[in-house]
Design a protein around this ligand. Structure first.
Ligand code: SF4
Length: 292
């Protein structure tokens, strides 16, 4: 019987086998996040993980092509665990094409580039790094546990190791007061890291989180749907990529966007501008269909 309850994975890992290496999140203090509320963080024993792999491989050995390592930041697992599990996955699933993981900045910082290269060689092909914002003050406010410089270092290390990097940022995280600084500095951190993929979600307040309490008590004001587009526009205008697939098509977003940057920069800015000019709510995803 599996011992995990929360099943969280990036949209692009929808068809992947979800394999928890850890329980909860090693950081677990981000002010907006309630995903692992009440879940005590721990690292699963390698033998337990291998037993899960054996059980699944009995019926699906040839059909598993992708594996996503759960939970909140499986990359924090000790190197020896990952070095034992990744080859075991390749052995048990002969058609395995890639393994992915969530990463906190801390989980990438504690490993050397050589260690990350070793993981890449053993099958770890993509990491999803939660960056949230590039605004230093906001990083402190949300208790991200890492500075701008540390996040840039973490992102660059993953890339230097040959691991495809997908970054996530959150529109609206700075509220009305911090919106402009959040957009400008997030554009800056996206530029500094230059990821292969970047995803902008839109903040949805989760009851029980510190940010929800701030909102309830009037210390935080949510931006409007059109302000979130203004923020997105500012972020894209102020970012520069080598070649990045940029999405804002998560269920939390008001306007679905999927573009290659810089190739489609003018096109996407034109689209956002048009919607802002029309100021018509019917062009946006209805509030009741939004989801985390
Ligand atoms: S690092 Fe990710 S999973 Fe952990 S608390 Fe922050 S947002 Fe949530």
């Amino acid at each position: 019987m599996a011992e995990y309850a929360v099943r969280i994975r990036p949209p692009s890992e929808a068809g992947s086998l979800l394999l928890p290496l850890t329980m909860g999140c090693s950081h677990n203090t981000c002010a907006f996040c309630g995903t692992y509320d009440g879940v005590k963080f721990r690292i699963r024993a390698v033998d337990d993980v291998k037993r899960d792999i054996d059980r699944i491989a009995r019926n699906y050995s040839r059909s598993v092509k992708r594996v996503f390592l759960e939970e909140g930041d499986a990359l924090i697992s000790p190197q020896r665990n990952l070095v034992a599990i990744l080859p075991y996955l390749s052995e048990k699933f002969p058609n395995l094409e890639r393994v992915g993981t969530y990463a906190t900045p801390q989980s990438a910082l504690i490993k050397s580039v050589d260690e990350l290269k070793e993981l890449n060689r053993l099958g770890l092909k993509i990491a999803y790094l939660g960056v949230e914002t590039g605004d230093e003050e906001l990083l402190r406010k949300i208790d991200k546990g890492a500075t701008y410089a540390q996040i840039v270092e973490a992102g660059r290390k993953l890339k230097a190791a040959g691991i495809t990097l997908s970054m996530t940022v959150i529109l609206g995280l700075g509220g009305v007061d911090g919106s402009e600084a959040h957009a400008l500095n997030t554009g800056r951190i996206l530029t500094d890291i230059d990821p292969d993929f970047a995803g902008a979600l839109t903040l949805m307040l989760v009851p029980g989180t510190p940010l929800y309490k701030d909102w309830q008590e009037g210390r935080f004001t949510l931006i409007s749907p059109f302000q979130s587009l203004q923020e997105l526009k500012l972020m894209i205008e102020n970012s520069s990529f080598t070649h990045c697939f940029f999405t804002a098509n998560h269920a939390s977003n008001y306007l679905p966007i999927k573009v290659w940057l810089p190739e489609q920069k003018a096109e996407v800015l034109q689209l956002i501008n048009d919607v802002l000019t029309k100021n018509d709510m019917s062009l946006l995803r209805p509030e009741y269909t939004r989801a985390l």
